[in-house]
Design a protein around this ligand. Structure first.
Ligand SMILES: [Zn+2]
Length: 447
C-alpha cells in the first residue's frame, strides 16, 4: 500500500505559529481532524463487535483498520524505542512490520525492552522482537533482518515500505536511513532519547528539511574521524552508552507510533518538524527544522529499472543481462558496446585484501570497510600491520567481474548504478527471485 498523497509538496507548516496540526490537507479526500469528533466518511460502516480485536479502535471516527492491515512499516533498531514502537504498531494491527537490528539481547536490555526475556540473552534482537510480535498479534506479518541497516538491507526493500522509523543510537545509521528513505521516496520518522528527554523528527516531505540538513561541521568532522582510520570495525569502536529509562522510551516511541498512524491514515502531520519532550519540566514544543540549501543528503527520489536478477548472480551476468536489455542505453543496438565497457559502481566500499608488501601473500578479506577489524590487518609472523586494498568500481571484463554481487557486499533487492565509460548510466533494481519479505506468524516453527 502507498499512502495516498504521500510526500505532499505543499503541506509543510508555513510558520512557527502555525504548527498545530491544523493545516488544510492537500488531498480533498483526506480525512480532517476536526476536534477528533467528526466521522470522516461512511465508507466503513460502524461495527460494534466485542469479539473483534480492533472493536474499540474502529470507534475512532477516522480509523481505517483495513488501511493499517495493508501497510508496511520498517523499524530500524530493536532497542528500547524499537520494542515500544513494535508493541504499539503490533497492537493496532499494522499489517507488515520489518525489524532490523544486528545486535543481540544482553541482560542490560531487560530493564528497558518489554518484549525481551532473560532466556533471550545472546539471540538476535530483531528475531526475538518479531517472535514476540507474533505472540502479541498473530495477524501481523513480522519480518526480522538480523543485520546491519547499511550493509544488509537493499534500497528496493526501503521502497516497498509506507513509513520507516528510526529507533537508532548512532549518527551513521541515521545518515544512511535518511539517504535511502529519500532515494526511495518513503517518509521516515527519527526518534532519540536521553535520561528524561526525547525528540522525534518528521522527515516526511521531500521539500522540507531532511536529517542531514541539521548536521553541523562538527558532526561531519566526527563522522570523518571515523573514516580517517583505514581499519576500524564497529567492534573496535567504543559505542556510546546513552543513559535511558523505559519511561522516556515509552513516551517518545508512542509519539513516533502515533505520528505513523496519522501518516498511514493520510492525516496531516508536521512535516519537517521536531517534536521535543522535556521530561524534567514536562514541557513539549515543536519547531520547524531549517532546510540547508547546501545539504549533501538532499537527494531526490531515484527511478530505476527492475531486473529479474538475484544479488547472487555474478557481476558479469549483470553486464550480460544489461546488454540484452532492449531499449536500454546498454543495448548494443543503441550504441557500440565494444567501445563502451560497463562499470558497476559500489555504494559501500569493500576491502578486498590486506597487502603485506612484496614477497608476502595478501590476505583475502572481502568485507565492507567498517566490518574489518584491526586484528585482521596484522601479520601473525611479525606483528606488522598491512594495508587495506579497497574496491569501489567493477569494470566489465575485469577479474572482479566474475565475483557475485553478494560477495561485493550488495544485499538482496538492492539498487545498483551501472555506467558506460562516457559516464551515462542508470539505476537497476535487483528483484531477486526469492521474496525478501518472508513473513513470520505465531506458531511458525522456530530454530
Ligand atoms: Zn537535507
Amino acid at each position: 500500500m502507498k499512502i495516498p498523497g504521500d510526500f505532499p509538496s505543499d503541506s509543510s507548516p508555513r510558520n512557527a505559529e502555525d504548527l498545530q496540526f491544523l493545516e488544510e490537507p492537500t488531498d480533498p479526500d483526506r480525512p480532517v481532524l476536526d476536534g477528533l469528533a467528526t466521522p470522516v466518511g461512511d465508507d466503513e460502516p460502524l461495527r460494534i463487535d466485542d469479539e473483534d480485536r480492533y472493536g474499540r479502535l474502529r470507534l475512532i471516527p477516522w480509523w481505517r483498520q483495513e488501511r493499517l492491515a495493508a501497510s508496511k512499516v520498517m523499524v530500524v533498531g530493536a532497542g528500547a524505542l524499537g520494542n515500544e514502537v513494535v508493541k504499539n504498531l503490533g497492537l493496532v494491527g499494522v499489517g507488515t512490520i520489518v525489524v532490523i537490528d544486528f545486535d543481540r539481547v544482553e541482560p542490560t536490555n531487560l530493564s528497558r525492552s518489554l518484549m525481551f526475556r532473560r532466556e533471550d540473552a545472546g539471540r538476535p534482537k530483531a528475531e526475538v522482537l518479531v517472535e514476540r510480535l507474533a505472540q502479541l498479534n498473530p495477524e501481523v506479518r513480522g519480518h526480522a533482518i538480523a543485520g546491519d541497516v547499511i550493509h544488509d538491507v537493499g534500497l528496493g526493500l526501503f521502497a516497498e515500505m509506507d513509513v520507516i522509523l528510526g529507533c537508532l543510537d548512532n549518527r551513521e545509521a541515521r545518515l544512511w536511513v535518511n539517504r535511502q528513505a529519500r532515494r526511495a521516496g518513503v517518509p521516515w520518522i527519527d526518534a532519540g532519547i536521553q535520561e528524561m528527554h526525547g525528540a522525534i523528527k518528521l522527515f516526511t516531505d521531500p521539500n522540507a528539511a531532511c536529517y542531514e540538513c541539521g548536521l553541523t561541521d562538527a558532526d561531519y568532522r566526527a563522522l570523518n574521524t571515523r573514516y580517517s582510520c583505514p581499519l576500524l570495525s564497529r567492534d573496535d569502536l567504543q559505542r556510546g552508552k546513552v543513559p535511558t529509562s523505559p519511561t522516556i522510551a515509552a513516551i517518545i516511541a508512542a509519539l513516533q507510533a502515533q505520528e505513523t498512524l496519522k501518516l498511514l491514515h493520510g492525516l496531516p502531520v508536521a512535516h519537517g518538524c521536531v517534536l521535543v519532550f522535556n521530561g524534567v519540566g514536562n514541557l513539549m514544543f515543536q519547531s520547524r527544522l531549517p532546510v540547508n540549501p547546501h545539504c549533501l543528503g538532499h537527494e531526490d527520489r531515484l527511478s530505476w529499472i527492475p531486473l529479474a536478477l538475484s544479488h547472487n548472480a555474478a557481476v558479469s551476468d549483470l553486464f550480460a543481462h544489461l546488454r540484452r536489455l532492449e531499449g536500454s542505453r546498454f543495448d548494443p543496438g543503441s550504441d557500440d558496446p565494444t567501445s563502451q565497457a560497463l562499470t558497476l559502481v559500489l555504494e559501500r566500499e569493500l576491502v578486498t585484501t590486506i597487502d603485506f608488501g612484496t614477497n608476502r601473500p595478501p590476505r583475502r578479506v572481502m568485507k565492507p570497510r567498517d566490518r574489518v577489524g584491526l586484528s585482521e590487518a596484522i601479520d601473525p609472523r611479525d606483528g606488522s600491520t598491512g594495508r587495506p586494498i579497497t574496491l569501489d568500481r567493477v569494470r566489465e571484463g575485469s577479474l572482479e567481474a566474475n565475483w557475485a554481487l553478494a560477495e561485493l557486499g550488495i544485499p538482496a533487492r538492492d539498487v545498483v548504478w551501472v555506467e558506460r565509460s562516457d559516464g551515462a548510466g542508470a539505476w537497476f533494481l535487483l528483484s531477486d527471485d526469492q521474496p525478501v519479505l518472508e513473513t513470520h506468524r505465531a506458531g511458525d516453527p522456530r530454530r
